[in-house]
Design a protein around this ligand. Sequence first.
Ligand code: OMP
Length: 280
Amino acid sequence: MTSAFGARLADSFGRAGQLCVGIDPHPYLLTEWGLPVDASGAREFGLRLVDAAAGRAAVVKPQVAFYERYGSAGFVALEAVLAAARDTDLLVIGDAKRGDIGTTMDSYGDAWLDDSSPLRVDAVTVATYQGLGANTGFLAKARATGRGVFVLAATSNPEAHLTQTARLASGATVAAGIVDDVLSDNQAAGSDTLGSVGLVLGATLDLGEYGIDLGRLTTTPILAPGFGAQGALYSDVARLYGPAAGAVLVSASRSIAQGGPAGVAAAIDEANREVASCLA
Ligand SMILES: O=C(O)c1cc(=O)[nH]c(=O)n1[C@@H]1O[C@H](COP(=O)(O)O)[C@@H](O)[C@H]1O
């Protein structure tokens, strides 16, 4: 891979808009799609979403849990979906939400970020309960291979509120502290377009309450889940993210897939249109 993830993401935004199509093969969706609730169904679901998203959206985001639930057969299915996406101009975020001490994170880096791994993706989601410093090797590997990382900061689920708005000794919230760490990391790496280390900032939240200054995030990729099934509206992207809206990857999974396979392409086009008109 030649250029940095942030630069490739900026290029994709320019070509295909700011939508991320989540690939979450929930058992109920497999049934609705007329697919078996097993690894072969999850594979087919993922392949069809990749096919529909290619040329229509910037990014796809397979949720690893919905493949992992089938054990080794699920990982074989996921590898097939990732390989298919690699043959398109889509960027792929592996939603693996890995987080551990540094030496173990290095091994996760070998799984998701190494050029020789069948699970390699363009970017991965990580949790930093062990501190962003524990991800030093992981982030270095991402940069060295032109890949990216999205760090959970303010997640879309209501249960996270208590922990993520708790105050650090500095007085900043935990979420704002993670934002600061990521900003320092991107500044140290000197990215000139979008950085390669991004943040997860859910669309279901009042980010002001988390003490997050969106004006500082104009060149930090923001993965924004919560649209559709979790209640956020595409028409609210500009209001929710303000000055950082141009860096937001608007992410939706169930709401794109719920109309069945025949409706996916239209759902993607409609979502992309709504996001673009809100950001125009
Ligand atoms: O990292 C994520 O993508 C993520 C972070 C977050 O704060 N909230 C969140 O919902 N997600 C993921 O985004 C997807 C949301 O799916 P839908 O609610 O169906 O659009 C799921 O795969 C979640 O695991």
